[in-house]
Design a protein around this ligand. Structure first.
Ligand SMILES: O[C@H]1[C@H](O)[C@@H](O)[C@H](O)[C@@H](O)[C@H]1O
Length: 545
């Protein structure tokens, strides 16, 4: 049942028809056969790891806040933090990440992908040092906002960078490396937080340490290339070829493959330029900043107006929205609070199990995403999340939750009347996090493969903004929801979100595994492409066997 595709497209676009002439150019004879590649070469591994450092910082800076908040004491503005201070310090990062991602989406097109990574590094360093030296609550909020700008830029540009460099058979795995860095960064932040929590003013070290990896990456960036797709678009075909040859390795067969990849990219760019020429208003300026603004406006218009782009945007935003609305980050930010509520004696150590499970199961995703496929991995793993969340919701019903902080502090799991239920909650959360890490935690970051080159960076920026907008919403609403709906109701809401996610994925998310970036564009041009993609993925897997 799982792979039964939706039988008809949900949207019928008049524009799809009007674009058909240029779209007919997509056919399977254009496909570049990359099956001769047996493994990603050392060069692409090195680039993926260098770019992944930004993912480490993303994870570190989002994870470190929970231990920072409990260690600040009265170091800021010479008073204890109020609940409002804590909410502002936490949410400033997601809010500014939300603002940064569409803006840097535009910059990545004109400056190139690499320069946006560079910009993010500068912001990471400034933000880390600013926080470490801040003496007031508002100073800290400004520091967290600067880090937010960095996280927002890095979270969209790194998967984009890796995706545009990777040979298609390994793209899923290589992009998942970025998720491994994120979840690894969260584990490191929990450990550093725990180590420094007993030091006086240790929180300044916790936040300041983020500057070190960013400085290292800043220095390495000089030696990293721009992506071949961006280079071709910037009329630097020779440099693009050089990069592709280093990524794919040497040999005659490889040279032919590289030429074929280049031809496909050029063809896509030519088609897009033709279409843009037909659309453009002859009265609008072509050069200078006005020309650039007109291009940006055209980009935003095209991502919504052209059927294939719009479908890509809907899928990417849907996946990113569900990734956050399923409530995972409420565990990331508040698991220690939850574990204290249900009576665990060492809530911070217990919450490390959440971060570790997230990391360990992202490794499982890394191993299987290119074998199982993005769509299938989601259809298999979201039910695991539903089971974990459902069990959590039921188990909360049997736990006596104290209403006052004082009684939280004096309780311990051994004293809890119903000793088994808190453990069941922990196990259920681990099941949920495992399911999340295998699919939902990383598949949405494959977003850039859904968009054609002309709107890839704007589309990825908008999808990333959806991620941060939903992240902000969950961070803001989790504690009030726990009060209003009780923990049982809150987790039931997240269960409902996951069920809705499963059906939406089943209906509109095609299998993109193993397709070249240019082929994915072809898939979404006339419909959701689910049926065709599932059939082709089946054929590819049978061939591989
Ligand atoms: O992919 C990442 C990862 O799953 C992290 O653990 C989570 O905190 C982020 O919000 C998400 O975007």
């Amino acid at each position: 049942m799982i792979d039964t595709p939706a039988d008809a497209p949900l949207l019928h676009d008049s524009d799809a028809d009007s674009h058909r002439s240029s779209l007919d150019s997509y056919d399977s004879s254009d496909a570049v056969d990359e099956s001769a590649l047996v493994s990603p070469g050392i060069f692409i591994w090195v680039l993926t790891f260098c770019a992944g450092v930004s993912g480490l910082l993303f994870g570190y800076d989002t994870g470190v806040i929970s231990s920072t908040l409990v260690s600040i004491g009265s170091d800021l503005s010479s008073r204890s933090l109020t609940t409002l201070d804590k909410s502002l310090i936490t949410s400033a990062t997601s809010l500014f990440a939300l603002i940064a991602s569409p803006l840097t989406g535009v910059l990545a097109d004109s400056w190139g992908r690499k320069k946006v990574i560079l910009l993010a590094d500068i912001l990471f360093v400034v933000g880390a040092l600013w926080q470490a030296w801040s003496g007031t609550v508002w100073g800290m909020i400004v520091g967290r906002s600067i880090v937010g700008l960095a996280v927002g830029s890095a979270s969209f540009v790194v998967p984009l960078y890796i995706s545009e460099l990777s040979p298609s058979p390994f793209r899923g795995r290589l992009v998942t490396v970025a998720s491994l860095f994120i979840t690894g960064g969260q584990v490191v932040s929990y450990i550093i937080g725990w180590l420094f929590s007993t030091h006086p003013h240790g929180w300044r070290w916790m936040v300041g340490l983020g500057a070190a990896p960013a400085t290292i990456q800043f220095l390495i960036l000089e030696f990293m290339p721009e992506t071949p797709r961006w280079l071709v678009k910037a009329n630097q075909k020779d440099r693009a070829k050089q990069v592709l040859l280093r990524v794919y390795g040497g040999g005659d067969e490889i040279k032919q493959m590289v030429d074929a990849v280049l031809r496909r990219v050029e063809k896509e760019i030519m088609e897009e330029e033709e279409a843009a020429g037909e659309r453009s208003n002859p009265e609008l300026p072509k050069t200078g900043w006005r020309g650039r603004m007109a291009k940006v406006n055209d980009g935003f218009a095209q991502v919504v107006a052209v059927g294939g782009n719009r479908r890509a945007l809907i899928i990417a935003c849907m996946l990113q929205g569900f990734q956050q609305l399923c409530g995972f980050n409420s565990l990331m930010y508040f698991s220690a609070t939850i574990f204290a509520l249900v009576g665990f004696q060492s809530p911070t150590l217990t919450s490390l199990s959440i971060a570790l499970t997230n990391f360990a199961f992202t490794l499982v995703a890394f191993h299987s995403i290119d074998r199982i496929g993005r769509r299938r991995i989601l259809l298999y793993s979201v039910p695991i999340m539903v089971i974990g969340l459902g069990l959590c919701s039921v188990a909360f019903n049997f736990v006596d939750i104290p209403t006052h902080e004082s009684s939280v502090a004096t309780r311990g799991i051994d004293n809890a009347g119903t000793r088994a239920w808190p453990l069941i909650i922990l196990i259920a959360m681990i099941v949920y996090v495992a399911g999340y890490a295998i699919g939902m935690g990383n598949v949405p970051w494959q977003q850039s493969e859904l968009f054609p080159l002309s709107v890839r960076s704007i589309g990825s920026g908008l999808a990333t903004a959806t991620n941060w907008g939903s992240n902000f919403l969950v961070g803001l609403t989790f504690l009030p929801m726990m009060d209003l709906f009780t923990p049982m109701g809150t987790f039931a809401v997240y269960t409902g979100v996951c069920i809705a996610c499963w059906f939406t994925v089943w209906r509109i998310y095609p299998e993109t595994c193993g397709l070249s970036l240019e082929e994915v564009g072809g898939l979404l041009r006339d419909g959701w492409g689910v049926e065709e993609s599932v059939r082709k993925a089946g054929e590819r897997m049978r061939e591989r066997r």
